[in-house]
Ligand binder design. Sequence first.
Ligand SMILES: [Zn+2]
Length: 322
Amino acid sequence: MAELKYRFNPDTLNFERIRVSGVQKLKRTVLALLPGLLLGILGIFLAFQWIDSPKEASLKRENQQLAVQYELVNKRLADIESVLNDLQRRDDNIYRVIFEADPIPANVRQAGIGGVNRYKDLDGYASSDLVIATRRRLDRLAKQLYVQSVSLDEVANLALRKQELLASIPSIQPIPNEKTKVSSGFGERLHPILKIIKMHEGLDFTAPVGTEVHATGDGRVTFADYSTSGFGVHVIIDHGFGYETLYGHLQQVKVRPGQRVKRGDLIGLSGNTGLSAAPHLHYEVHRSQTPVDPVNYLFNSLTPDEYARTIEQSRSVSQSFD
Ligand SMILES: [Zn+2]
């Protein structure tokens, strides 16, 4: 029940009832509560300066956890960097050396991430330094890994080709040592039939007609027939990598053009066809279409002594059998 208020009127000497409007009542109520309200807000404000709200406390814990995780990630990154450094060192000093590739320059391997500040969006936070340093480290690592993987692809490719090259390169004597001796070497020699000093672009191996002649490296037969060039019946093998071999004055061919041969395969029988003064095999090695001294391509089939003797024989004779 509302409280009734009265005021004394000196004129009428009566207590008169005071009538209060609703608005006035509201005003009074608000005025009465205001100091308490302000005091309350001030109190809460001050309290939050010193005490975290539950949400803040939870976020703080989360932040601490994240910082610890970042530290752990950095430790793992250091491990990975050390493994990668070791791999790079072995790549430059072993793998690439074996396959005759140049080392990768340090500035390519260690190249920084250039351009504008790509970590701008990470600036301005309490943990910005830690987060930016980690991101930068990760970016650098990703780039180094890419360079390394490209290098290993290149080395793998070279390794595959190297096996092929080693199998293809002419490196045995076309007639086994026990069945022949070198009668004339590479260089200017007196031509046995033309009787002029002429460049002799191969090695002559003396051998009875019908001696087996072998391919000196893997390759593909490009010619196996008689020709009027002076070589008579002869075989030419393309070994790839710029190498070709020629086997001249044969009695008979045992291969056909287009056929693939392996080192040591029988390709023909030696003879005395074409411009030849006596039964022998004329053997040439071409590198990039230029005749080179075949004596440098016999190393696989001879002992060091036999090799020394072969070189001696190839140098001493002044007339070729052609
Ligand atoms: Zn010859």
